[in-house]
Each structure stands twice: as C-alpha cells, then as structure tokens.
Design a protein around this ligand. Structure first.
Ligand SMILES: [Zn+2]
Length: 147
C-alpha cells in the first residue's frame, strides 16, 4: 500500500518526459548523466531548481568556482531550454550549444552558450562555456548571424 503520490512533474529541461524519468535520477545522485547533452539538461534543471550542490558536483575541478551564490542572487525563473547542437568530439569530449530562456524581475533574458564537457572516470563534467553573440532585436535568434 502506498500513500497517494503527488502528480508526476514534467522535467523542466523540456524533454517532455517526467522529471523522475529524465533528469531526476541525475540530480538525486542515483545515476550519472549518460551523455554530455544529458548532463547539460540536468544542469539546466539544477539551475531551475536552485540545486547549487549538483551544479558544483558536475563542474570540472579545473574550472569549478568555490560557490555560485545562487541564494544571494535575484531569483531567475527559467522558462525553457532548447538544444541547438550536440557536437560529440570523441568519447571524452563534447560541445553542446543551447539557448536557455529565463526571467528576472519580469524581464526576459536569453542565454545562448556553447558549453564544453569532458568525461573522466565514466562521468561527464562541465568545463566552461562560451557565450554566442546574437544580433539584438531578433526575438527567437532564428535570424542569420552577420559575418
Ligand atoms: Zn530533463
């Protein structure tokens, strides 16, 4: 006999799956992300849920900050994630380009980044990200980039 469980929550990463079938096990430490993109998604969810410990645990030691201070920052409301490109560069390295949308204090922002990941000891780690410049004024970034 089980008590009535709360309705299953959709995973904030936008996969369409339930949190428990998607990024949940990674965040709970029950499973390692099977790919760089899966790690990227789970880290987005960690930002959405304010799970700083998970963000630090999945950050490569060479670039990991001492703390993120998420609690002391204005609360961002994460609205969605879209993966633009998933570039595997062999079994140990990958780049994932994504756009994350969020709101702070009612203002919408976009984060367009190419994140770099490495795999060590069977686990993927976030190394660093490069912001992608976007021309201003294109709401969805679907326009071509100059140059
Ligand atoms: Zn997910």
């Amino acid at each position: 006999m089980k008590a009535a469980s709360p309705p299953p929550a959709a995973c904030p990463c936008g996969s369409g799956k339930q949190l428990a079938d998607c990024c949940g096990p990674c965040l709970a430490g029950a499973a390692a992300a099977p790919s760089a993109q899966a790690l990227m998604r789970s880290r987005y969810v960690a930002y959405a849920l304010g799970d700083e410990a998970y963000l630090l645990a999945t950050w490569h030691a060479s670039t990991r900050p001492a703390a993120l201070g998420l609690a002391g920052q204005p609360q961002a409301r994460w609205l969605g994630l879209s993966i633009r490109r998933d570039d595997s560069q062999g079994p140990e390295q990958a780049r994932v380009e994504f756009v994350a949308r969020y709101k702070i204090g009612g203002r919408a922002h976009r984060l367009h980044e190419v994140s770099r990941f490495v795999r060590e000891g069977g686990r993927w780690y976030y190394v660093a990200g490069d912001l992608v410049d976007e021309p201003a004024g294109i709401p969805d970034g679907r326009g071509t980039r100059p140059g």
